[in-house]
Structure formats: C-alpha cells, structure tokens
Design a protein around this ligand. Structure first.
Ligand code: ADP
Ligand code: MG
Length: 503
C-alpha cells in the first residue's frame, strides 16, 4: 500500500516588543539568568497582569497579512499544569476565542535547478493566538536549573491545518512565515535564539483517503534542518510500523538531533487535561473596526507580492528577486539605491545580489568561522545580512553612484569590480576612488588610435581573418589595446576606431 504523509505545524514566534506580555519588564536573549524578572513573572501573591497592547496589535497585523478573520471579541484563558517553567502553575493563553481565525500562508516550492520559480500554493491556517512564553530549564545529570528571563515574553502561536505533505513543503512554509513576520518587523525569527520554534505533527494515511491518521507530535524543534530531518525520519518510522501491522499511538516524541531519531516522550495529553478556564484577572478584549482600519492602513507588502512587483515593474529576473525578497534589509537597501539612481534597476539589483552579498558574506565568514552550523544555507545568509547591512560603509546612495558612472561609461564593468571592493572596505564614493586612482576610461581618441595601430601591426593574422569576414577575429586586438592603456580604454570608443583603421 502507498501512504501519504499529513503534516500540521504549531509555530511559536516571539514578538519583538519593549516589554513582556503582562508586565513592564523587558525580555532580551542571553542575559544573566533571572535578571529580567519582576513580581508578576514570579507570580507573587497580589500581582495582576496588564495587557501589552503592542503584542495584540502585531498579532492582528500578521493575521491580516495571512487573510485571517479577526473576531470582534477575544479572551484569555489559563492553561493549567504543574511544571517548574512557570511559577504560576498555569500559562496565560487563548483557548476558544483566539485573535485570528482561518487564513492561509502562500508558499513556494523549490523550482527547477534551485534557480527557477517553483510552484506556489496556499497552506491553510486554523488560527493564530497569543500567549506568554515560559521559563527555560536546563537539565543536568542530577538536577536542573531554571531561568525565568523568558517567562512572560509575548508569543504568538500560528496553527496550520493538517495541510502539508512533505518536509519540503514544511520548509517552504516556515520560510514563508519567517519572511512575512520579519518583513513586518514583528520578530527576527532567529531560530538559534529561540525566536521561532515549532511543534511538528505527522501522520500517515493510505494514499487517496481523506480520513486523518493517528498523529505523532514532535515538540520545540529549533532549526529548519532539524525539522526536515525529523519529519523524514518520522514518516519512515510510521510507514515501517504500518507495514508491519504495528498501530501508531498518539503520543509526543522527542527529536534527538545527535542520534537522528525520534523517541517516545509521553502519551499525548488532551485539551481537557489542562482545565482551561477564562482568566478572571483579564477582561475579554474588544477589537474595534477603528483599530482594524488603523492596522490595515500600515500593513507592509507581502514578500511574494513584492517579488512579483520587482519582476513586473523593474524587469528583474526571478533569480535576483528571490534573493532580494528573502531579506527585508536587502529590499530596503535596494529601494534606497533606486531612489538615488532609478535608471538601471537591473544593474543595481545585480550589484547588490552579487557584489554586495559576496563582500558581506566574506566579511562575515572572517568574523564567525567557528560558529556551529545549525542553519540551512539560505537561512544563514539572510539572518546575517541584516546585521551587517546596518554597519555597511557602502551606503545605498554610494552603490547607486557606482551604477551611474558605469552607465555613463566613465569606468568599465571590469574596473567597477575593483572600485566596488574598495568602496565596500573604505566607504569612499565611486567618484572619489576614480579620481584618486585616475581610473576614468580613456576616450581620448588620438592616444587610443596610437594603441590601436600598434595592435594591428602586431597581429596581422587576426586582421586578415577580420577582413575575410570573421567579425570575432577583432577581439584578439582588444586585449593588447586594453593592456597598453592599462585597462582604461573605453570599449565603446575603441571598437569603431579599430574597425575604421583596418578598412
Ligand atoms: P492537539 O489538540 O493535539 O494540539 P490540534 O487539533 O489542536 O491537536 O492540532 C494541533 C496541530 O496538529 C495542528 O497544526 C493540526 O493541523 C495538526 N494535526 C491535527 N491532526 C493531525 C493529523 N491527523 N495529522 C497531522 N497533523 C495533524
Ligand atoms: Mg496543540
């Protein structure tokens, strides 16, 4: 029998806000343990929660971007359990009246050769709700340590329908969420810092059936490559079980990245085990049409829409847009460059995607060659560019200046590569470098004529071939002229001179 995998994701995203979800203390990654806490986080007697409006606003914003319905009333519930990661013995979450319902995430599968546009489809969402993150436990052989810095951080949970069927689709889905969330400035979605984590639910069913099989949940996986490996492992394991007549039990399994296998953790608890009930300290929240309108008015463009716009308005090839639109900072940089010099959007994009990225990446590798590699390549690049573009000495305006002088044939493309490297390293403008190093292309025809004559004399064979009708033979003369002019001969001027002299 052939089986089909069915996969649904619960994706947690920490929201970048100045304070925690229900109190004014701030959260930051990697601070000294238990320094970012206060009486609300410790759940001392008498404290009361105060809602963080910004977190609500940002969750609605994402919901609107994904086409969710925003109900008029939303409320907060206590999810009760005992575990040292939460001193309250419950987590504030949303049970039956979440902030966002329905909607979907547009995904793109990898295209042919990895460089052509892949197929697009929409993965259906069930809901997005808001809750608070919990503390972090670190386990040792005989004891555990607890750090409450993270406890109370605003956390949205994006719940998908069981609507994906392969690890590749899940990878595309996580990419789409990460891009959308980071373009909206809601979170940087750095999985390494726990800003984005996901629970993966996997089941198998006979191909063609529309009944769901028994699912297994894998919790808190913290890198995209682990998500991929874990899904592929689990699909294989479940298929082997089914084929040998062993029923799948509904359970939570742990992904062991070191061993590359999933292991049973516990039987899956049901919602009623958590004794959800409305939080008596927090009133339900009314979402007014005015609030929705004001959020709608500020929505950022969806990354795939931006990509389509770059292709249609600027005539960029897909391969360039897919790099640019993977990174908000890169897009901002591109648009700022175009503002400074709008005449050649394609050359500008090329320079950013090729030259700028190459230099950024080289700089980065120098700085962090020792880091453990938990990212897939594309993810690593984009996360890091954002950090380094901000500090980049080569501003968008300066890059635009270089494109402009290439277009004006002041320097050749060949020479521009060198100029670019110097601009990146020093922050000088292209004009400054060209002047200081005396690089401007030689369009002085009398000097060029002299170089051309010498080249013609020295290469009678190429000249004869050209005369016999082989147009390409003239290329053999360009090299010597370039060399004589120290690379400064302007090809646009040079070719007509050569041809004129040969006739
Ligand atoms: P639970 O109550 O166990 O958390 P939910 O119904 O809330 O289960 O679903 C949690 C996640 O599991 C959702 O993302 C959903 O799409 C996914 N899911 C539910 N049933 C299945 C299934 N049979 N196979 C794969 N994924 C599933
Ligand atoms: Mg669940």
């Amino acid at each position: 029998m052939e089986y089909e995998a069915v996969i649904g994701l619960e994706t947690h995203v920490q929201i970048k806000t100045r304070s925690k979800m229900f109190t004014s203390v701030a959260y930051k990654f990697a601070e000294a343990p238990n320094t970012l806490t206060d009486p609300v986080v410790w759940a001392l007697p008498g404290v009361l929660p105060v809602l963080n409006f910004e977190a609500i606003r940002k969750t609605i914003e994402l919901g609107l971007m994904f086409g969710c319905t925003i109900p008029e009333i939303t409320k907060w519930d206590r999810k009760n359990y005992f575990y040292p990661d939460s001193p309250k013995n419950y987590q504030l979450s949303q049970y039956d009246q979440p902030l966002c319902l329905g909607g979907g995430v547009e995904i793109e599968m990898e295209g042919a050769n990895g460089s052509e546009m892949g197929a697009h489809r929409v993965v259906k969402l069930t809901r997005i709700h808001l809750e608070e993150d919990v503390g972090k436990l670190t386990h040792f052989a005989h004891d555990s340590l607890v750090d409450y810095n993270r406890a109370g951080t605003p956390l949205m949970e994006i719940v998908s329908e069981p609507d994906m069927h392969s690890a590749d689709e899940v990878f595309a889905y996580l990419n789409a969420i990460r891009n959308t969330v980071s373009f909206a400035g809601i979170s940087d979605c750095d999985m390494e810092k726990g800003q984005m984590r996901c629970d993966v639910n996997v089941s198998l069913r006979p191909k063609g059936s529309d009944k769901l099989g028994v699912k297994v949940e894998m919790k808190n996986i913290n890198s995209t490559s682990n998500v991929r490996n874990c899904i592929n492992y689990e699909i294989r394991r479940q298929r082997e079980c089914l084929e040998s007549g062993v029923p799948i039990v509904q359970e939570t399994r742990r992904w062991d990245a070191a061993l590359g296998i999933t292991q049973s953790m516990r039987n899956k608890e049901d919602a009623h085990d958590y004794r959800y009930f409305p939080d008596p300290d927090l009133l339900p929240v009314k979402i007014t049409p005015e609030l929705l309108d004001s959020i709608r008015a500020d929505l950022v463009e969806m990354p795939f829409d931006r990509q389509r716009r770059y292709m249609s308005d600027f005539g960029l090839p897909y391969s360039l847009t897919s790099v640019l639109c993977h990174d908000r900072e890169l897009c901002n940089y591109y648009e700022a460059s175009l503002k400074a010099y709008p005449k050649n959007p394609k050359a500008t994009a090329n320079m950013i995607v090729n030259d700028l990225q190459r230099e950024l990446y080289a700089k980065l590798q120098q700085q962090s060659s020792q880091e453990e590699d938990v990212f897939e390549e594309t993810e690593r690049k984009s996360v890091e560019h954002s950090k380094h573009l901000e500090e980049c000495l080569l501003t968008p305006e300066k890059l635009a200046g270089l494109v402009e002088i290439i277009d004006a044939a002041v320097i050749s493309k060949q020479m521009a590569k060198e100029v670019f490297v110097e601009m990146f390293a020093t922050g000088k403008t292209a004009a400054e470098i060209v002047k200081q190093r005396n690089l401007a292309q030689n369009s002085d025809t009398s000097e060029l004529e002299e170089f051309c004559r010498k080249a013609i004399e020295a290469n009678p064979k190429a000249v004869a071939e050209f005369k016999a009708g082989n147009e390409k033979a003239i290329n053999a003369l360009i090299g010597p002229v370039m060399k004589a002019s120290k690379g400064k001969a302007n090809p646009a001027v040079l070719l007509p001179i050569l041809k004129g002299l040969i006739k």
